[in-house]
Design a protein around this ligand. Sequence first.
Ligand code: ZN
Length: 293
Amino acid sequence: MAVIDAHNHPDWHGHDLERFLANMDANGIDRCWLLSWECPAHEYSPHYQQVLPAALLGSTTGPVPFTRCLSYVERCPERFVLGYCPDPRRPDACAALRAAHDIYGARVCGELKCRMLYDNPDALLLFRCAGDLGMPVTFHLEYNRRQSHGDPWTEWWGGGIDNIERVLQACPNTNFLGHAPGFWLHISNDDLYQRVNYPPADAPVVPGGRLELLMRKYSNLHCDISAGSGFLALNRDHDYTRRFLAEFQDRVLFARDYFDSRHADLIRTLALPAAVSAKILGGNAERLLADTH
Ligand SMILES: [Zn+2]
């Protein structure tokens, strides 16, 4: 059974290729999806420069240029899956995605992390293009917390869960992977998503959250469990998580967006049936890319 980390980035948090591979080996990870992050410099906080050297490299396209993903994949094609998501507002976004797919073998459209509502027409066009190419779309969703113009670097990405539902309806032939606080807070049927990005550790999961409702209603929605958001959501209430993972065992993907072992440790702690954890740890990622063409 292959273990696949379905969300990570090149040069992220002090990792060059060699350190990245050593970390994968130490964590028993066979393959990793390497995602870009393209967005204008005025949309993301300068603090990212501490963990991403894009400015050092002279990137004009954002914090994780496609060329860095490609560099890893070209040097080590057996360990990585190439991802690329152009900024949907680029007039040539669909052509860029198609070129990444046709020429360089990109198989995932991700990460989408732009300061725009994801159900806007330019984004929908790109999602349909990704669907035509068989590329799943990984999006970062995070609610707006800006209170005034005095906090220019308080970020928001994509809008809210209603924007995502409209995307799922408008693009039934595209697979989506939901990620980040604005997505995972909806594991619970409460209003925490209106106030915080990360739930308190003891916050119970109230059944009937938008996440389970959307997962039931839209078969093109999948869950990317990476980062603190995915981990904290699934760690809130292990009994709820076991039920959630049993019901949606074919559409939840192990992913890290970092270099630690907490997601894998959590899956181990939950003691899921072997067939279920095998799907989450790698089977679903493989199947999702099987119809990429
Ligand atoms: Zn993200």
